[in-house]
Design a protein around this ligand. Structure first.
Ligand SMILES: [Zn+2]
Length: 312
């Protein structure tokens, strides 16, 4: 049995052909064309049809296609309601793909929810039945899995970790328009802001980047922190403290087995952990302080595995 997976993000898209075990046979990554969503979907279809031709597979042998979308999704109707970064609104994704590919079973899902479903089926979900998923990259996204099921909430917004308030005294503006959100303090964007501020006021820190022959960034700052630079370590600790405040709120409400972290910043999870643990110690109910904080078992392609999982 084969399935298709279209992982459509705000900047890049991956189209893949896989089987029911999650094994990927064909895969292609390319930039997302945000100018016209339907045109971009057509491009995904052409690539997928090319995979089928290469392998001599008929559309009738495809049991379904999982489609990740970068925004709010009406999963039942298969409509992308709104994708802020791409500027897409009310796109009938399921209907369009179904007609173009002659495949009935098209399953659409928000990309962060899809990561959590992928983790549940192919990753740490084999060990844990209740967990929070957080994508920490430019922003902070989240999803909630409780007793082996994704929680959607009344309007599909459940698990919006990014907008838990974590700073009340000197809050930063969040892209959502509010102040003090986790996304404004515990994201890759926040990390870059702290690095930039520190470089401007700290000549020794600036010189450390020069010695490294790299410009200041999250990646180069992680290198400094790993080589023992205490200023760099303190910046990661501060971002980690904010993440920990968000995780503490979540843990107090849902008592998860684990909180699983994906996204670009998760590669530096070891550097964030001292800050995360400090906040958990302070803000979590005593019996739940030791909640496991783990990087995704699915690595960089968690979302693609999610698209395969929803298709199955
Ligand atoms: Zn916000």
């Amino acid at each position: 049995m084969f399935v298709g997976a279209f992982d459509i993000g705000g900047t890049k898209t991956i189209v893949a052909l896989a089987d029911e075990t999650g094994k990927v046979y064909e895969k292609l990554q390319f930039p997302t064309d945000t100018s016209d969503c339907l045109k971009h979907l057509d491009q995904c279809c052409e690539i997928f049809q090319g995979f089928l031709e290469n392998r001599g597979i008929a559309p009738g042998e495809i049991s379904g296609i999982g489609v990740n979308l970068p925004g709010l999704v009406d999963c039942e109707k298969g409509i992308l309601i709104r994708a802020v970064y791409a500027g897409w609104n009310n796109i009938p994704v399921k209907e369009h793909l179904s007609r173009k590919l002659q495949i009935d079973r098209i399953v659409c899902e928000n990309d962060v929810n899809s990561c959590a479903i992928g983790e549940l089926k192919f990753g740490l979900g084999k060990q844990f039945r209740s967990f929070g998923w957080m994508t920490v990259s430019t922003g902070v996204g989240g999803a909630v899995v409780c007793d082996g099921k994704l929680l959607r909430g009344a309007h599909g917004y459940a698990g919006e970790f990014g907008h838990i308030k974590v700073e009340y005294v000197s809050p930063q503006l969040c892209p959502c328009g509010e102040y003090g959100c986790l996304e404004a303090h515990g994201s890759g964007t926040a990390l870059n802001r702290l690095i930039k501020e520190q470089v401007q006021k700290d000549l020794a820190f600036d010189a450390a980047f020069e010695a490294l022959q790299e410009s200041p960034s999250g990646v180069s700052c992680a290198k400094l922190a790993k080589s023992g630079n205490e200023t760099a370590q303190a910046i990661f600790c501060q971002v980690g403290e904010y993440l920990g405040r968000g995780i503490a709120c979540y843990t107090n409400i849902l008592d998860p087995d684990a909180v699983i972290i994906g996204g670009g910043v998760s590669a530096s999870l070891d550097l964030l952990m001292p800050g995360i643990r400090k906040s958990l110690e302070q803000y979590t109910f005593a019996q739940m302080k030791d909640v496991k904080i783990l990087p995704t078992a699915l690595g960089y392609e968690a979302a693609l595995m999610g698209a395969i999982a929803i298709a199955l």
